[in-house]
Design a protein around this ligand. Structure first.
Ligand SMILES: C[S@@+](CC[C@H](N)C(=O)[O-])C[C@H]1O[C@@H](n2cnc3c(N)ncnc32)[C@H](O)[C@@H]1O
Length: 223
């Protein structure tokens, strides 16, 4: 099987199961026009995020990595009235594009977009007493995924979900000798999870238009 097949299936699934959403399409168009990289979640993956958020009745969401706001809008759409989403983005230009798309989607009151490297913006959230979060979506700089996971876990409650994207990395997750720091970080995350009694976790491999990757999903059992 090849990338063309994965893309064709993604397109078929998207055409049949993912509703057209003007604001989401607008966010993708604005991101492309501004020259942002097209590294957002695929539509079927985004729909999975929405289903998980709704299944859980999430009212508070934390997102690492906004890019053009695609997953942000998807997740914010899944919240009930009064729900809040905090999203962290290091790149000020990306954040500007995302902020405009979030406003156009009518989600300006729901989404709190913080600009700066997440490890530098997290202390302010800490001081403000943010959290606990019902759902955290980790999708920023991959070398810091274990750090973001640790912070999210400390700001969760029993029943919270923590999802980390791009952990399989074209299969390199299974290679103990892979030298890529981003892969090493995902292996470190798994080694931490192996000894972390506060969560029940698994990792699912995925293929699609975005290639071969996967995500880790952790259910917080004890805060
Ligand atoms: C894969 S993209 C996010 C895609 C987005 N979640 C979506 O699916 O629509 C990763 C984003 O993380 C941002 N990023 C990179 N390093 C970061 C950091 N240290 N703190 C916060 N965001 C960071 C990048 O600028 C980029 O926009």
């Amino acid at each position: 099987m090849d990338h063309e097949t994965f893309s064709a299936v993604d397109e078929f699934v998207t055409a049949n199961l993912v509703e057209h959403d003007e604001a989401l399409q607008g966010a993708l168009d604005a991101a492309e026009a501004a020259g942002l990289p097209a590294i957002q979640v695929s539509p079927p993956q985004g729909k999975l995020l929405q289903i998980l958020a709704r299944l859980q009745g999430a009212k508070t969401v934390l997102e690492f990595g906004t890019l053009g706001g695609y997953s942000t809008i998807l997740l914010a759409r899944a919240l009930p009235p009064g729900g809040r989403l905090i999203t962290l983005e290091a790149n000020a230009e990306y954040a500007e594009v995302a902020g405009a798309s979030i406003e156009r989607a009518g989600l300006g009151e729901v989404v709190d977009l913080r600009v700066g490297p997440a490890l530098e913006t997290l202390p302010a959230l800490e001081q403000e007493g943010a959290g606990p979060f019902d759902l955290t979506f980790i999708d920023a700089d991959k070398v810091n995924t274990p750090n973001y996971f640790a912070w999210a876990l400390d700001h969760s409650h029993p029943g919270s979900l923590i999802i980390a994207d791009n952990v399989v990395r074209n299969g390199s997750l299974g290679d103990a000798h892979d030298a890529d720091p981003a892969t090493k970080a995902q292996r470190a995350l798994h080694e931490t999870l192996a000894n972390e009694s506060r969560v029940t976790a698994t990792t699912i491999q995925t293929v699609g238009g975005k290639g071969y990757d996967g995500f880790t999903i952790a259910l917080v059992e004890r805060a």
